[in-house]
Ligand binder design. Structure first.
Ligand code: COA
Ligand code: MG
Length: 313
């Protein structure tokens, strides 16, 4: 249906398709079979944890890792962080059991590795519906193979379908480098085009997107540079492999004081009675439109969420 020309064109709450204030600055991957690392989560300031049954767990530990994870979540599940379980590829001998097992733990999301086509998502959506999984159980997808990158737009579209649970993409550069031969260079020179392609696909369907891991967890300067790069490219946060990466990621993907001050001045300007009906205003020599107000409101909501969480380093 076409919108009415007489309906109110300006809504202070029109902040676009994307969730305005969900924090996913720091998304830490923890091997599900590593009891020491699991115990550490209690004291960490990450926004989300990926409990990994896939690449971080050896074949010999795959089955035992499920029980270790179940015991851990039963004892010390945190309600203030997103709980995401990465299962093995459904094409492996472990995938299907992982999926059924993950559902029993009521995660916020199930994370599918090596997603290559819309059918990969649909098969899991069907499984979840058949097993009466609540809508709150979302899906995340790793885009980490050449076919996955080429099909990213079609995969993202599954998030728009009725009952579609897809919420977030994460590019997997270790696998992508392995499959393509692209070198691991600072600045990710030859990978940027694919990262942006995946990001565009995600945004075209209102999905979140988290930047790939940085392997060298003792290289603080390299990590800071890659976080800044990922933030400027438009990512919501970074997938992490080590607790030392949490603080820097929270900082890089947080809200800078100057950006918040700019946002507040835009919000204040549009709140003035003389600007109530204006589509565009002059803010100290800067052209500011209603779309900038949407961005400013989203940023302010994110700053509020960070304050609320009390984890802004
Ligand atoms: N989550 C939670 N805690 C972690 C952690 C993680 N991802 N990585 C390390 N730690 C803990 C360690 O257990 C250690 O705790 P302790 O002091 O109680 O012993 C502390 O942080 C310091 O760890 P450190 O000695 O610097 O590293 P390590 O040798 O124990 O581990 C890795 C290094 C790379 C093996 C480990 O960080 C890891 O497994 N990371 C995740 C890998 C992964 O998930 N890969 C798949 C996705 S790409
Ligand atoms: Mg992988």
């Amino acid at each position: 249906m076409m919108p009415s020309e007489t309906s109110a064109p300006f809504s202070a709450s029109s902040s676009g398709d994307r969730h305005p204030a969900r924090l996913r600055r720091s998304v830490l991957c923890v091997p599900a079979d590593n009891a020491r690392a699991l115990a550490k989560i209690a004291s960490l300031a990450c926004d989300a944890v990926i409990y990994d049954l896939e690449d971080a767990v050896s074949v010999d530990n795959k089955v035992a890792a499920r029980q270790t994870l179940a015991d851990h979540l039963q004892r010390q599940r945190r309600s203030d962080i997103e709980v995401i379980i990465r299962i093995n590829d459904l094409k492996t001998p472990f995938g299907e059991k992982d999926l059924a097992f993950a559902l029993t733990l009521s995660p916020d999301a199930i994370f599918l590795p090596k997603v290559e086509s819309p059918q990969d998502i649909q098969a899991v959506v069907d499984f979840l519906s058949e097993n009466d999984a609540p809508d709150s159980v979302r899906l995340w997808a790793m885009i980490e193979t050449p076919r996955g990158v080429l099909n990213a737009a079609a995969i993202a579209e599954t998030g728009r379908t009725s009952g579609g649970r897809l919420d977030c993409f994460v590019p997997g550069l270790n696998d992508l480098r392995k499959d393509t031969g692209v070198a691991a260079l600072p600045g990710r020179t030859y990978l940027i085009a694919w990262l942006m392609q995946i990001l565009l696909a995600a945004r075209s369907c209102g999905l979140d997107i988290i930047d790939a891991v940085f392997n060298d967890f003792r290289d603080d300067a390299g990590f800071a540079a890659e976080c800044a790069e990922g933030r400027d490219m438009g990512f919501d946060g970074k997938m992490l492999i080590h607790p030392a990466q949490i603080g820097p990621a929270n900082g890089a993907f947080g809200v800078a004081d100057t950006a918040l001050a700019d946002a507040r001045s835009i919000i204040d300007a549009f709140a003035l009675p003389e600007n109530a009906d204006k589509a565009v205003i002059n803010l100290n020599g800067l052209m500011v439109e209603r779309l900038h107000l949407d961005q400013a409101l989203r940023l302010a909501a994110k700053a509020d969420a960070i304050n609320e969480k009390g984890k802004n380093p």
